[in-house]
Ligand binder design. Structure first.
Ligand code: FE
Ligand code: FE
Length: 309
């Protein structure tokens, strides 16, 4: 649209088109930690959720005072813009050294947690060399969860999230472009952790997919599988909680009979405080139900590799 002169009607129409992208605020990990603390109240997995909240607080501290985290060169970002590719594509950046300082900084922050399992995982990561750490990072982001010890996965995931959010927040405007298939994050190329169905103003009823890695959100039409893009016969499954009926459940899984996959959706209309990663971790009973029905979880949550306790 650059250089084009708009007529008054077109200006109004353009102003009403919701942006395809939402970049999170600089306090994203604090917001997530607060939501986890809120969800922990009276929750059967309270201890676990509170531990993850502490990890998110450590992530925020590293993001607030980041070590040097060399990201993509400006020329590489410009090139990806030209080709419509994600500017901070994870495949390349996880294999480079740039994110490793985020892991070191995070390990210093989480050392204070008095929990034997955490202490052991931190020790294991501390003595691991660069090659080993990168191998684990690559395994986690490519969904090969059996290639890294489950106990260390949340810390590797947390460090990668800090680095990628740091790079995301430093990107110049307009370098992130909508991809054709729209099933992967247009900034880093990762799959979504959940969908967010918004409820306010011009966003009312629109769904955005929340990135599992860098935490940006991109628009994706509703009633369409976010894995295989099938629109037919999608089922919406939820758990009856506290007398809340299914159609008013704040979190529902969109399950696809075509690919047998599912993705959880947070309906902000029924819980305006929902946060994709936090609400995902607090609703693992819904995953259990989906698994019993034969559906496969497609969404990674980098703070919980399958097999983790
Ligand atoms: Fe992303
Ligand atoms: Fe599907």
């Amino acid at each position: 649209m650059a250089g084009q002169i708009l007529e008054p009607g077109q200006i109004e129409a353009a102003a009403n088109i919701p942006p395809f992208l939402h970049v999170p605020g600089r306090d994203l990990f604090r917001v997530r930690a607060e939501r986890l603390r809120q969800l922990a109240a009276g929750h059967p997995l309270a201890g676990y959720l509170l531990l993850v909240a502490v990890l998110c607080e450590a992530q925020q501290q590293v993001l607030d005072n980041p070590p040097a985290l060399p990201g993509p060169a400006p020329e590489a970002v410009a090139r990806s813009r030209e080709h419509g590719m994600p500017p901070i594509a994870f495949e390349a950046l996880v294999r480079a050294d740039g994110w490793l300082a985020a892991l070191d900084a995070l390990l210093v922050r989480v050392e204070a947690i008095t929990n034997p399992a955490v202490a052991e995982a931190v020790q294991q990561l501390k003595i691991a060399d660069t090659a080993q750490r990168k191998t684990w990072g690559v395994a986690l982001l490519s969904g090969q969860f059996d290639l890294l010890p489950p106990a260390i996965a949340p810390f590797v995931g947390a460090a990668l999230q800090v680095a990628f959010s740091h790079w995301l927040l430093a990107l110049p405007d307009d370098v992130i472009v909508e991809s054709e298939a729209k099933v992967l994050c247009p900034a880093c190329g990762s799959p979504p952790v959940a969908g967010m169905v918004r409820h306010r103003g011009k966003y009312n009823g629109l769904r955005y997919l929340a990135c599992s890695l860098c935490s940006c959100e991109w628009h994706y039409v509703r009633l369409k599988c976010s894995h295989c893009q099938e629109s037919k016969h999608l089922a919406h499954l939820s758990l009856d909680r506290d007398g809340v009926k299914g159609e008013q459940a704040p979190i529902r899984a969109e399950a696809c009979p075509n690919c047998q996959g599912y993705l959880k959706q947070c309906y902000l209309e029924f819980d305006a405080e929902a946060e994709a990663q936090a609400d995902d971790l607090a609703s693992l009973d819904l995953d259990l139900r989906l698994s019993e029905e034969g559906y496969l979880r497609r969404a990674p949550n980098l703070l919980l590799a399958p097999g983790s306790e």
